[in-house]
Design a protein around this ligand. Structure first.
Ligand SMILES: *[C@@H]1O[C@H](CO)[C@@H](O)[C@H](O)[C@H]1NC(C)=O
Ligand SMILES: *[C@@H]1O[C@H](CO)[C@@H](O)[C@H](O)[C@H]1NC(C)=O
Ligand SMILES: *[C@@H]1O[C@H](CO)[C@@H](O)[C@H](O)[C@H]1NC(C)=O
Length: 365
């Protein structure tokens, strides 16, 4: 009697306690990771190195706003060609790079005589085991730190990629942030000539960045106050707060602004109180560029996203039955004169249908 009445609660305890530990991660929202002081100091020293190097690197022709010879020209193997501007592709991922073979084809399409017009850098969440990709991705991992959705860690990761790429090669003139769910919509040559179009340069004083900057969105007020009321003041007033897509192409000039910034980062690095309104990476970059180099950005992104029927903050994910040449042509079209260069999100099993149309559709331009 005595025994059994004690035994039942004891057994219940023995069974339920481990069960709770097992289930808690599924029931409770995931614990927010915060940026530790050592991680922050690591980043600061990386940024300072990149900023210091910037003043010692020999001036690149395009820094002086002179039109570099940038069209693909067979046979240009002289020293000047080697100094041609490059594009740094910054892959930000927390899974395998599902579309690595497609990107490999994209990069293989570069002029074989002058293949050194790009660099690849990968920031991969160290908590996730990622298969070692080959080809252009081989050994391109940069020292990375944990990342988590709805936290400023995604800003840190992007800044780490920018600083590493700036430091690595002074010829990196543009920095394109790409996720593992992104696919290219055009060939490398098309993208390169679009970014470094000399005619555009003769009309505008400098090459622009391509980052979406939106000031009239119904989400802004909630997003602005996600860390608490008035927390962003006085560094960022509400009328200075912007939203834009997480994926961008920045010029070296804007990239430098981003890694130099301490003032806005002090605010954006604060954890959110309202996690459902917390997407710091969609605000930090557009707000900073809009405040510090408003004329330096085209104001739109080159990465097409389909926000119809958004689920839990995620855009529409394309699956194999939707993949067709018509889809590629549709995704390229913007409401303006420019063409989108990349699109997301695609499920990993879209790889084969995309590879099948790579030469005949995607890279045929
Ligand atoms: C890309 O080019 C490299 C070097 O020329 C070659 O080894 C590789 O097989 C090519 N990859 C694809 C997917 O064509
Ligand atoms: C966007 O996604 C919706 C479904 O969420 C789909 O019906 C529509 O065709 C997609 N638009 C494009 C341009 O792919
Ligand atoms: C173009 O504008 C229409 C109407 O404002 C909008 O519904 C559509 O999503 C836009 N398309 C793109 C590609 O931005």
């Amino acid at each position: 009697m005595y025994r059994s009445s004690l035994l039942v609660p004891a057994v219940t305890l023995i069974v339920t306690v481990p069960l709770l530990f097992l289930l808690a991660p599924r029931i409770l929202p995931p614990r927010r990771i915060s940026i530790t002081v050592p991680d922050e100091l690591d980043d600061l020293s990386l940024f300072q190195k990149a900023i210091a190097a910037e003043t010692t690197f020999p001036k690149h022709p395009s820094h002086a706003n002179k039109a570099p010879s940038n069209k693909f020209r067979l046979g240009s193997t002289n020293a000047a060609a080697i100094r041609r501007p490059k594009i740094a592709f910054l892959f930000l991922t927390n899974t395998d790079l599902h579309f690595a073979p497609l990107w490999q084809l994209f990069f293989n399409g570069t002029n074989p005589v002058d293949p050194h017009l790009y660099n690849v850098y990968i920031h991969a969440d160290p908590a996730v085991k990622i298969g070692a990709p080959n080809g252009v991705f081989k050994d391109r991992f940069i020292p990375s730190k944990p990342t988590q959705r709805s936290s400023p860690t995604l800003i840190s990761a992007a800044r780490r990629l920018l600083a590493t790429a700036m430091l690595d090669d002074p010829a990196n003139e543009f920095f394109a942030l790409i996720s593992q769910h992104c696919i290219p919509l055009h060939s490398f040559g098309y993208f390169y000539n679009f970014l470094l179009d000399t005619q555009k340069l003769s009309h505008e004083m400098q090459y622009p960045s391509y980052i979406e900057i939106v000031s009239d969105s119904s989400l802004l007020w909630d997003r602005y106050n996600a860390r608490g009321m008035d927390v962003m003041e006085p560094e960022v007033r509400f009328d200075e707060f912007r939203v834009g897509s997480q994926f961008f192409v920045l010029t070296r000039r804007d990239s430098l602004l981003v890694i130099k910034d301490r003032k806005l980062w002090r605010k954006f690095r604060k954890p959110c109180i309202k996690v459902e309104s917390c997407y710091p990476e969609e605000h930090y970059f557009p707000t900073l560029i809009s405040m510090q180099d408003p004329k330096g950005s085209a104001g739109y992104t080159l990465t097409r996203v389909n926000w119809t029927d958004m689920v839990d903050g995620h855009p529409h994910t394309y699956h194999p039955p939707e993949v067709s040449s018509e889809l590629i042509y549709t995704l390229r079209k913007s409401n303006s004169t420019y063409s989108y260069m990349f699109a997301r999100k695609f499920s990993p099993d879209c790889l084969n249908p995309l590879l099948e149309m790579a030469d005949s559709v995607i890279f045929k331009d």
